[in-house]
Design a protein around this ligand. Structure first.
Ligand code: NI
Length: 182
């Protein structure tokens, strides 16, 4: 495994649409292993292949609703993911490893069902709620070249950010508050 460099906003690759994966080969497994290591190292809640410069439909999402699981166990690998059902609405802060220090208020469904393939091509479905639903939507947007800045209702000012951080400090039980990087 190897850490990969996370592209930052301004890189044209982040605005391109990724292609579907057709070959579930060792090269794909290497990419997924590298994404895992890179995401865990960056301490984010999700990462998409285009963020490391690979325009393939592969994302990782941490299921932070699984509170007793280790970060490794929370990681969900999704190849060719699609949202097949969504309901409810949540409005809250969102960040991105490709936009360090930037947070915006983004509206998302609060429950989604995703259909995807695993690293061997086997189809599966997974539900996500709350922050995990947000992460699924955010990562799948990356596959379509969409960064949250372009769909945010507003970008938080430094003062609002400070306020959000203070709230997080007060809430010691919450290890991964909303607004952590994806
Ligand atoms: Ni992101």
């Amino acid at each position: 495994m190897a850490l990969r460099n996370i592209l930052k906003e301004g890189e044209p690759t982040l605005l391109k649409k990724s292609r579907a994966v057709a070959d579930f080969n060792p090269r794909l497994h290497q990419l997924i292993d590298d994404l895992r290591e890179t995401l865990l190292h960056a301490d984010g809640v999700g990462l998409a292949a285009p963020q490391v410069g690979v325009l393939r439909r592969v994302v990782l999402v941490m299921d932070t609703e699984k509170e007793d699981a280790t970060p490794e166990e929370q990681l969900i690998e999704l190849v060719n993911p699609e949202i097949v059902a969504a309901s409810g609405e949540q409005i809250g802060p969102e960040g991105c490893l490709s936009l360090p220090g930037v947070y915006g208020i983004v509206k998302r469904p609060d429950l989604v069902k995703v259909r995807a393939q695993d690293r061997n091509g086997k189809f599966f479905e997974v539900w996500g709620s709350m922050l995990t639903a947000r992460a699924f939507c955010h990562e799948i947007d990356h596959l379509n070249g969409v960064l949250f800045r372009s769909i945010a209702d507003e970008i938080l000012t430094p003062e609002q950010l400070e306020e959000m951080r203070n709230c997080e400090d007060d809430d010691e039980d919450e290890e991964k508050p909303e607004g952590t990087n994806e």
